[in-house]
Design a protein around this ligand. Structure first.
Ligand code: 1CP
Length: 347
């Protein structure tokens, strides 16, 4: 049983720095593309056997210290009553939520009834992994999830989202209350099904100035984490919560108040500087630039050493990229990265 990841989340001593890779199950792996060639993305998410298979692929191939269940942050949007599809090469498409009538039609779903396939995937994975590595569950943060729901897909400047926030704050709040309740119940269901850590992805949190981030994004994350912690306490459990925000550098003092056990840091700030601003006695995850995997191997290794050195000033460090691995990355470079982290951090 490899528990270095869970130990590091708790700030306990470990024999090496654990490493996993955001988006480790995905298109850069030929074995993922082979399955994806036969099934569309949503079918893969909704078929526990397929979702479990692609979750385990990077564990086999890369020797990472944690598995992250294969799914997507937009699954709860469909469960709330919104139309969701993934168009080839266009990414996610949703019917935009922009007025009160549409918000009123959304509901807070029972996760087992509407997203039971996710919990089935988790239960299957716990059996198949059999303690080999811990399993991470996840959800999008309310704000990041809401941007897709409001824009109807991905966005460059989030105009419709900010228009709703600035012009109709009451509507935004009532919408976010529903999204927040949905994600809270969804994460509880994942933990009850066997997720051993959960990560909240706030990929787009960095599009705000800090004051707006606190009010319109962070406050909802704080509520989720507080609810989760109280609920876990009642069950005698303490599953680590990781909070990842894109464009972390401008928001370090903010994420410090999130209540998370582990802070995900992107690559646009030196890890030791982030740790210092977080107060030092913290657990961090990150933060190699994903495109460092295109450098010559010895240059990548220099950067890995540098991240490990900087990370050593924290109570705990989980090695990861500063964001997801890109589809063009050669798998052998990702394998080499994991090997480097293990070798260079061996105590
Ligand atoms: O065509 C395909 O095969 C689909 C590509 C794909 C994949 C592999 C999508 C569509 N989602 C996923 C899986 C996924 N998404 C995981 C799997 C677990 C793992 O990490 O291995 C996870 C954790 C996510 C989370 C996710 N989805 C985020 C947050 C993390 C991040 O990368 O910032 C976001 C923003 C999404 C939305 C989404 N889903 C898919 C795409 C292409 C996108 C991004 C669209 C955009 O750029 O706005």
């Amino acid at each position: 049983m490899n528990d270095t990841f869970l130990k590091a989340c708790k700030g306990e001593e470990v024999s090496h720095t654990p490493v996993w890779i955001m988006r480790q199950a995905g298109r850069y792996l030929p074995e993922y593309r082979a399955i994806r060639g036969k099934a569309d993305f949503l079918t893969m998410c909704k078929t526990p056997e397929l979702a479990a298979e692609v979750t385990i692929q990077p564990v086999d191939r890369l020797n990472v210290d944690a598995a992250i269940m294969f799914s997507d942050i937009l699954i709860p949007c469909e469960a709330m009553g919104q139309n969701l599809s993934f168009e080839e090469n266009r990414g996610p498409m949703l019917d935009p939520v922009r007025d009160k009538e549409t918000v009123d039609k959304l509901f807070v779903p029972d996760p087992e009834d509407t997203m039971g396939f996710v919990m089935d995937t988790i239960r299957l994975l716990r059996k198949e992994l059999a303690g080999r590595v811990p399993l991470i569950g996840f959800a999008g943060a309310p704000f990041t999830t809401a941007t897709y729901m409001i824009e109807g897909g991905t966005s460059k400047n989030f105009l419709n989202t900010k228009m709703m926030i600035y012009q109709n704050p009451a509507l935004y709040k009532s919408f976010m209350d529903k999204v927040t309740a949905t994600i809270t119940e969804y994460l509880k269901a994942q933990i009850a099904a066997g997720a051993q850590a959960v990560q909240i992805f706030d990929t787009w949190g960095g599009i705000f100035c800090p004051a707006d981030f606190r009010k319109h994004a962070l406050s909802y994350v704080q509520k989720i984490i507080k609810d989760l912690k109280e609920w876990m306490k009642g069950r005698g459990e303490s599953v680590p919560v990781i909070y990842f925000v894109g464009s972390t550098a401008g928001l370090i003092e903010e994420i410090k108040t999130s209540g998370a056990d582990v802070y995900g840091i992107d690559w646009k700030i030196d890890l030791d500087a982030a740790i210092k601003r977080l107060g030092g006695d913290v657990v961090v995850q990150g933060n190699l630039d994903p495109l460092s995997l295109f450098l010559p191997k010895e240059k990548t290794e220099e950067r890995v050493k540098d991240v490990l050195n900087r990370g050593s000033s924290a109570r705990g460090h989980i090695f990861n990229l500063g964001h997801g691995v890109v589809p063009q990355t050669p798998p052998e470079n990702v394998i080499a990265l994991v090997e480097m982290v293990h070798r260079l951090s061996a105590r």
